[in-house]
Design a protein around this ligand. Sequence first.
Ligand code: ADP
Length: 481
Amino acid sequence: MVVDQKVNGIYIGGEWLDAHSTRPVQNPATLEKLTEVSYGGYDEANRAVAAAKSAFPEWSTKTARERSTFLYKAYQKMMEKKEVLARTLTLEQGKPLSEAMVEIESAASYLLWYAEEANRVYGELIPSSKANKRLLVVPQAIGVIAAITPWNFPASMVTRKLGPALAAGCTVVLKPASQTPLTAIEIVKVFEEIGLPQGVLNLVTGDAKAIGDAWTENPDVKLITFTGSTEIGRQLMQKSAQHIKKLSLELGGHAPILVLNDADIDLAVDLTIASKYRNCGQTCICTNRVYVQNDIADEFISKLSAKVGEMTIGNGLESKTTVGPLIDQSALEKVKEHVQDAVLKGASIARGGREWTGDLEGYFYEPTILVQVNKEMKVMQEETFGPVLPVDTFDTEEEAIRLANHDQYGLAAYVITESTNRAFKMMEALEYGIIGINDVFPGAAEAPFGGMKESGLGKEGGKEGILEFVEMKYVSLGVRI
Ligand code: ADP
């Protein structure tokens, strides 16, 4: 299904503009070309910053209540359009329509939460040690912010940044991933339809490096909020050093799930599957490694393997599909390479282990389980970003913690146990920014999401999320007494 011959993805100062060239967007399930989207670069990126800069004085001095009203209207409009948005998302990204719908609702929830939170960015009056001084902390929007978002959650990664930025009084330049620009374009249209003032939100689709360079080099961009790979995050950080630009980074992860021997095994199986195979394993917080306690390992693996065998691969638009395609050829190649590497180093395939060759042309790989794995394998160290689950075992909790803590990453980790005592011990020892205990969907608009170590800087969501976009100005006021 073709969406339209050509879609404009450059929105600057309230106008949809043409770029010199376009690039195709394809459906990863069918390899069908959906449309061509404008391919902007350095110049468009800088023009977008100029528009955001001129909109900043008026937007940042609106009352919090006024900004909140815009966000609330955008939330309502997004919910009204959720079927269309979910369908667009599945077409360009591949995830099952039911998952796309959950994502759109979750994306809208960030607008609702920050519509509320806009009204609660408080300052402080500090008790002074001098009688003739009053010490104040005054929160102010930091200015124009640049948001760069990935393709795995093309809606929620956009609103998780827009919501708090706009609520705080910042104006925004946004670049979505080149694989999935259509959902972002639709979200920008939502804001256009609710009458967001011109220049407050600007969009540039196109050359990632050129746009990234423009925004890191431009001193008018005061913060870059980025979700994507650790590698690109590191590059943005290096380039941002020139202007000491503030960064908020949500980067890669390598989440372990620890299944303790008192766990409800059926629950552990369901949660592991939900965490691993959602979005075809293309989620930064999805389970990358299972560690199951030895005395329950056989039962856990056989139940897991049976249930994974029941999953239905296919086009996300079909209701029976539970696993969609990978995003592109390089994603498929990476999955194949990780499985091959594991097998060469001694792993056995308990389920799957092959490219899926059904009746569709797309980038499909069978839901896979690997056993007899060890930490030398790529799949145990690097993000596979695909439907491959290595299962290892442990004897003691100390061993489990040692195995689970990763040298590089610290985004999310999960513990499945019926014991609150054990859960707390594990939670405190795990070096991860997000811990799910008998829960593998920890993301929520009201909670601070973010990683430790090379998984990132700063938080998104919660009351913490808006503070990334605020400068806390300290004021010392001399008074005559
Ligand atoms: P992934 O490997 O998941 O695609 P990336 O980090 O490559 O993750 O991409 C995440 C986002 O960063 C996308 O919007 C992508 O276009 C963008 N991006 C990629 N390279 C650069 C770059 N050099 N500068 C700025 N943004 C980039």
